[in-house]
Design a protein around this ligand. Structure first.
Ligand SMILES: Cc1cc2nc3c(=O)[nH]c(=O)nc-3n(C[C@H](O)[C@H](O)[C@H](O)COP(=O)(O)O)c2cc1C
Length: 336
């Protein structure tokens, strides 16, 4: 680990985003940030259903945690052993996902009301791995919406060895049938409750998550908690990690073109014909936001590039032929 506190800056686990390629790209931008995989359910690992590519594989992206979804202590424990063998730095349990699928499988946020099961899961996992086990959860669910319950949850789960909790600073509304997207914007965020939890647990690392979209605000939160975890903002602007590293990890400003060149070399080395090139390039689409023609370019990076005969050549031209990143002088002009 590079930092004294490896958790001061974390990138949230996000399905469809924090895959092996995006994490590689993010690692080029920040050598400090703690990264997390997408959530993978235990059955997907045990039955080897990890879709187009093996979601367990990773590439020069440490420190990185693997996020698991499940409620069966034995299965979770089996998965932990497999995850450790792939070289991850941590196992993170998802106790925050509000989706219908998670609820019907009794994992994610609904486990918040079953802390004894979570504790049992942690106990079994720790028998099979030396990796730290951490928990990502919410401030509450439905009517379990008070700081006392949250502290009871932390007491029970930390008694089995969990020393790091990532708290998405809002509750999850499960019974109201709100979908996961809306469960990320309502109800209101409550940072104060997370600060209160931190004050009560000086020896446990409390990482704050939820709508932290500005580097200076991230630094302010760090007065009250051990770390900040950023989600959607990183998908929209990955270079925010460098801005925060400059403020908290004594880093220099990174050169955007150099990072793109390195990521292009990575694509060149790893892409082959039976893959979708957009699995690599969809993560770059956000860089075109705000430029004239960006809508078309983003669609191209996410879909149409797959249909090109020589996609790498096209991509190279798109990224480097013109000086894309000089406002008003390159292939695109920034919309003001
Ligand atoms: C597209 C998407 C996928 C997500 N997938 C996961 C996931 O797999 N596991 C998880 O714990 N949270 C997941 N989340 C929630 C985020 O980790 C984070 O808690 C949430 O977005 C709030 O942080 P933010 O306001 O910084 O985005 C996801 C969020 C988004 C937007």
């Amino acid at each position: 680990m590079l930092n004294k506190n490896p958790y001061n800056l974390c990138v949230a686990p996000m399905m469809g985003h924090t895959d092996i390629h995006f994490r590689y790209f993010l690692r080029l931008i920040s050598k400090h940030a703690m990264l997390y995989s997408e959530m993978v359910a235990v059955n997907a690992i045990l039955h080897n259903k990890t879709s187009r590519y093996n979601k367990l594989e990773h590439n020069l992206d440490n420190p990185v945690g693997f996020q698991l979804g499940g409620d069966d202590p034995r299965k979770l424990s089996e998965c932990a052993k497999i995850i450790e063998s792939y070289g991850y730095d941590e196992i993170n349990l998802n106790i925050g996902c509000p989706s219908k699928r998670a609820q019907s499988g009794n994992f994610g946020a609904c486990l918040f009301s079953q802390p004894e099961i979570v504790a049992k899961c942690v106990e079994e996992i720790s028998k099979n791995t030396v990796l730290p086990i951490t928990v990502k959860t919410r401030l509450g669910i439905d009517n379990l919406n008070n700081v006392k319950y949250l502290k009871d949850f932390i007491n029970i789960v930390s008694s089995k060895g969990v020393e790091v909790f990532h708290l998405h600073a809002r509750i999850a509304l499960l019974k109201k049938g709100i979908n996961p997207k809306h469960n990320r914007s309502i109800p209101e965020i409550n940072y104060e409750r997370v600060y209160e939890v931190k004050r009560a647990y000086p020896d446990i690392k409390i990482i704050l998550n939820g709508e932290i979209n500005d580097p200076n605000i991230a630094v302010k939160h760090l007065q009250y908690v051990d770390g900040v975890m950023l989600g959607r903002v990183v998908c929209n602007n990955p270079f925010i990690l460098n801005e925060i590293d400059i403020l908290i990890n004594s880093e220099q400003q990174k050169n955007r073109n150099e990072i793109l060149e390195k990521y292009f070399s990575y694509i060149n080395a790893n892409y082959c014909k039976d893959m979708k090139i957009t699995d690599f390039t969809k993560h770059l689409a956000c860089l075109f936001k705000g430029y004239i023609g960006s809508k078309h370019t983003r669609a191209y990076m996410c879909h149409e590039l797959n249909y090109e005969k020589e996609p790498l050549k096209k991509l190279e031209k798109l990224l480097f032929k013109e000086d894309l990143w000089k406002d008003g002088q390159g292939l695109y002009s920034k919309v003001v």
